[in-house]
Write a protein that binds this ligand. Structure first.
Ligand code: MG
Length: 203
């Protein structure tokens, strides 16, 4: 299983990190060891002093595919969840300055949370999904998948032109504006289509 993540897929988030809006999707990966196991908290890593949350809709691939056309991409998933792409922003900024890969900032143990899977038949259309993230009870991120620069189906097509997609692969589809730091003792709660999707303490 692999986790493919999309960067800068919402214009307002690209702007808040002073990045250009990309002409094609920005991709990176996380290993399966980055996943937070069920009922586990996020353990704040000792190599960073600036870990940020990034709430993102996650799509689970349910068919093998390569070179998938956008118009057929909807056949390759049936479940979505809300997730968090945890990012050690201090490390990422140092790596970005030097043009180096992001893995130490994005792929460490615990850097990927996934909430409960929801069958898309239970949800509004995939390109009209509301989601939000609350930090200690306050809403800090609000998004709608309609604001993506590249839609879920376009992402699947683009990703599959480089990487064969396999059953169980996960795609983090990018975060809207409002990213920010967490600290030990915080509680993060995710909502997908206004329904609770995850509850995560930071330890
Ligand atoms: Mg992200």
């Amino acid at each position: 299983m692999k986790i493919i993540c999309v960067g800068r897929n919402y214009a307002e988030h690209a702007a808040e990190l002073k990045n250009e809006v990309p002409q094609e999707p920005v991709l990176f990966m996380k290993p399966d060891t980055s996943l937070i196991l069920p009922k586990q908290p996020f353990f704040y890593p000792d190599f960073s002093n600036d870990v940020h949350y990034e709430a993102e809709v996650v799509v689970r691939i349910n068919r093998l595919g390569k070179h998938i056309e956008t118009r057929f991409a909807h056949r390759y998933y049936q479940e979505v969840a809300l997730g968090i792409d945890f990012t050690a922003r201090d490390i990422q900024n140092r790596l970005k300055e030097k043009g180096l890969p992001w893995e130490k900032a994005k792929a460490f143990d615990g850097a990927a949370l996934i909430g409960q899977w929801v069958d898309i038949s239970q949800l509004p259309p995939i390109h009209t999904l509301d989601f939000s993230l609350h930090l200690n009870g306050n809403c800090v991120q609000q998004g709608n998948t309609g604001c993506m620069l590249f839609s879920v189906d376009q992402l699947i097509s683009y990703i599959s032109s480089f990487f064969t997609l396999k059953i169980g692969d996960l795609i983090f589809t990018g975060t809207p504006a409002g990213v920010g730091p967490v600290k030990k003792g915080d509680i993060l709660e995710g909502f997908l289509n206004h329904m609770p999707n995850f509850y995560l303490p930071i330890r």
